[in-house]
Design a protein around this ligand. Sequence first.
Ligand SMILES: Nc1nc2c(c(=O)[nH]1)N[C@H]1C(S)=C(S)[C@@H](COP(=O)(O)O)O[C@H]1N2
Ligand SMILES: [Mo]
Length: 512
Amino acid sequence: MDNEQAKLPRGIAVWIGVLAMGAAVAVGHLVAGIVEPNASPVVAVGNATIEVAPPWLERFAVDTFGKSDKLVLAIGTGIVLLAVAVIAGLLSRREPWPGMVFALLLGGLAMIAVLTRPDLGLLAFIAPLASLAAGVLGFRWLHGAALRGTATPAADGLSRRRFLRTSGGVAAAVGAAGAGGWLLADRVDSEGSRAAVGSLTPSAPPPPTPAGVDFAGRGTPTFITSNKDFYRIDTAYSVPRLLAEEWQLRIHGMVDRERTYTFDDIRRRVLVERPITMACVSNEVGGPYISTARFLGVPIRELLNETGVRPGADQVLSTSSDGFTAGSPTEALLDPRRDALLAIGMNGEPLPIEHGFPARIVVPGLYGYVSATKWVVDIELTTFAAKQGYWIPRGWSVRAPVKTQSRIDAPRDGASVPAGEVTVAGIAWAPTIGIAKVEVRLDGGAWQPAELAAEVNDQTWRMWLARVPVPRGGHKVEVRATDRSGYTQTETRTEVAPDGATGWHAINFSAR
Ligand SMILES: Nc1nc2c(c(=O)[nH]1)N[C@H]1C(S)=C(S)[C@@H](COP(=O)(O)O)O[C@H]1N2
Ligand SMILES: [Mo]
């Protein structure tokens, strides 16, 4: 039979596989740009990949690539898609159906990824559907054209050139569609919405900050971390771009009265401003994932007083627009001695996009993964027995109060300093408890108390400084903090999982 002999050259088979894949990705991206940018199949599949990735892989990615982990994921996704396209093409040298089946499966995957996102409406479904259609139909059409142009006895130089010209046109269209999608995605003008929020001010002057709260000139960080220097951790593949004017927060579950708040509802309320130290459970001893900002917002207990909390609702599960969840103890949010905030401002500005614009939760004394939901859209009163936050099934503790810790910031590990009196300085924190004492010791000698900077409140870090006489040579200096409950940091080093690292921070330096 004629068809039996018709077989695409390898290069052409690969080319149409790649083209069809490109068409599927680009068309989905373009349609998403029009109906709902967050529904882009590539973005949704990227997000879903993070969610289904085994915990060790996710940790490896964060540890190895740090802030570039999402870029690495994007490149990885690209490589996988390219490989699939090449295989699909090569398997379809005679018949188009293997490639079409691949397109169908990938399109289906994208649909599942989009449909399982909590923030996307049914309309969002159109984007992966368009991807699927472009992939399947695109592949069939290209395959037919390629067979006619390159693999039949009738194929001549002219039909070959015609096929290459046609497919070149398809490639250009794919590029244009993809670029159009990127441009349209920018249409969600989150920055514009943030600018339109204008200035946010507390309803009453915040408690004054005492003088001498840091030793910034002598090696500690500044007491308040600037928004640009504030650490950032999230699972978001692409940062959710929300609009304050469309944002809503629903509080429901084990409440007496369900309530939904708009951004205006929140900003018109009594707003308080509080300095709060946030810490990530993944912070290694001596690590950088801790920062302090002046957060502005509404104490969550005031919102919960309005909805009422039914007896037994021991967990508050908050959900972000991109499906991240955190479960906090209800009692921590109701605690009158700590200001768990629904925050809309940070250091005198509306929340930066990457820190949760237009609203997030901040709870002093709890690690971020059990409390600090950014882009928060839903708060459910529930029980720890009924539901689990995002990181819990991935091997992290249900309860995660921030552990008492300290860090040496000066001298830097490996530094060389003049011998004599050396200034050792750093930070210590025990949020909601307060720091009572910080001590340092040189080369395993006697512990020597450090001078503490002024205390702002017990929800924030405390800076310290010690002047240590140091002879010439190589040295090691260690630090340990004691909190107001009387607990002194244990020397025992533990991993960050499941509930935060322990152990004394030590650095090595030399005096000359
Ligand atoms: N939506 C969302 N919120 C989130 C996360 C996330 O992945 N997604 N990560 C949490 C974690 S683990 C931490 S430590 C803090 C970090 O907040 P930051 O990026 O503003 O410092 O946000 C929390 N809130
Ligand atoms: Mo975290």
